[in-house]
Design a protein around this ligand. Structure first.
Ligand SMILES: Cc1cc2nc3c(=O)[nH]c(=O)nc-3n(C[C@H](O)[C@H](O)[C@H](O)COP(=O)(O)OP(=O)(O)OC[C@H]3O[C@@H](n4cnc5c(N)ncnc54)[C@H](O)[C@@H]3O)c2cc1C
Length: 395
């Protein structure tokens, strides 16, 4: 047993940071001291933004004090980390303080950068932040029908299913308000299909067709002209809109860039199995902050956290780390009308989503309700039963 507890610092108190801190404190006991650093000290359940935008939830349900989610023995510093010095094992904080670490976990998530696209901030709405979702809810309330365009203004972006869920759910919303007939809904996709994953597109596209939702492919947003009410693509297309909803471009956090740890977009070069930041044995990354070629999603962070906690605990004890991350992801995808499908995959197995049904809709609903009492504390089984599909479509 170590004489002096190992100092573990976790930057970010979102899904990944909170869970990894709780797992580490439990695994290390007196052998470690875990500190979470987060600038607001408030934890957001981001999947709920979708429901806020559609008037199905209010913001209060989505935000909790981070302290209430952490084990008692985890310290919380409500501070922004501004710089990391890997050689000295130091994190600098905005108000001038410093934290020493033996091990560092970077769980700083992604940053929305609307200003990368001219006109986007003034001319479009989004549901990727709480304030954005609240503004969109008001815009939708004022909407009396017309051309509603929904698109993605840069890859990668978190929760790839979210824009598709939004078009299905907004279609239902407009029907309920009796203005569906007066509205034309279009999904703008940067790819040749509705969704990044081909098997999911095969499930989604026929439903879009049935519901009269237009798909425009190869539309990489270049510019929005708010006064003309148009959005143009790099491919040279220009479309008119009455209401435009765009997922803003994402980048890594400033602290990653300013510390020279990220790639040009601020994502952390991360080993896909050990989750170590490349070239830094004592630094790990999880969640949206990594450069891994998998979905930026809460479930990714959820499956990565136990691997990082276990590897750090082994290193603290001087034993060989033996847990690897296999690329596991699980995302629900709402298709409206009380139906949803699910995407479950890993590095080796692509998803084979079932036809949308009430069961997966209910599972997502239940998950939304159970989140606060389960995920951040690690109370969902770490090895959550999640049979990886064999390639055949489940139904
Ligand atoms: C509309 C929407 C719907 C979604 N739906 C789903 C879904 O259904 N399923 C799913 O799995 N995922 C979903 N997601 C994605 C999911 O919310 C994110 O992928 C997840 O939150 C990532 O976790 P994270 O811990 O990496 O980052 P985050 O949860 O974003 O946390 C990052 C934390 O780091 C902090 N931070 C930032 N900079 C610093 C700094 N300099 N110093 C210290 N701390 C810092 C931030 O304040 C924040 O608290 C959705 C997201 C959105 C926007």
């Amino acid at each position: 047993m170590r004489q002096v507890p190992a100092k573990v610092v976790v930057l970010g108190g979102g899904v990944g940071g909170t869970l990894v801190a709780n797992l580490l404190a439990k695994a290390l006991g007196r052998e470690g001291r875990v500190t979470v650093v987060d600038p607001t000290g408030m934890h957001h359940y981001q999947p709920g933004y979708l429901y806020v935008a559609l008037g199905q939830a209010n913001g209060r349900w989505l935000v909790r004090d981070e302290r209430t989610l952490l084990r008692r023995e985890v310290d919380l510093a409500v501070e922004r980390a501004t710089k990391i010095e890997p050689d000295a094992g130091l994190v600098h904080l905005e108000r001038g303080g410093k934290l020493e670490y033996d091990y560092l976990v970077l769980a700083t998530g992604a940053r929305l950068v609307p200003d990368l696209v001219p006109g986007l901030r003034e001319g479009s709405y989004e549901f990727y932040s709480l304030e954005g979702a609240q503004r969109l809810r008001e815009a939708l309330r004022r909407f009396r029908g017309g051309r509603l365009l929904v698109g993605i203004a840069g890859v990668p972006y978190k929760c790839p299913p979210a824009p598709v869920e939004f078009v299905f759910m907004v279609e239902e919303y407009l029907r309920r308000r009796g203005i569906r007939e007066r509205s034309h809904i279009t999904l703008l996709s940067p790819l040749n299909r509705a969704f990044t994953i081909e098997s999911a597109s095969k499930v989604i596209q026929p439903i879009m067709e049935q519901r009269g939702i237009e798909l425009v492919t190869f539309f990489n947003v270049e510019e929005v002209d708010p006064s003309a009410g148009t959005v143009s693509s790099l491919e040279g297309e220009k479309l008119e809109y009455d209401l435009l909803v765009l997922v803003p471009p994402h980048r890594g956090q400033d602290v990653i860039v300013d510390s020279g740890l990220g790639d040009p977009a601020g994502w952390l070069p991360t080993d896909r199995y050990t989750l170590q930041v490349e070239g830094h044995d004592r630094i790990f990354a999880i969640g949206d902050a990594t450069n891994l070629p998998i979905s930026k999603s809460g479930s990714t962070a959820h499956f990565e956290a136990p691997v990082v906690a276990s590897r750090i605990a082994s290193l603290v004890r001087g034993t060989a780390p033996n847990e690897n991350y296999g690329g596991r992801v699980m995302c629900f995808l709402e298709t409206g009308n009380r139906k949803a499908t699910v995407l479950r995959f890993d590095y080796e197995h692509p998803p084979a989503p079932p036809q949308p049904n009430l069961i997966w809709h209910s599972a997502k609903w239940l998950f939304n309700r159970l989140y606060w009492e389960t995920v951040p504390q690690g109370r969902l089984p770490e090895k959550m039963p999640m049979p990886i599909p064999t390639g055949r479509s489940e139904s």
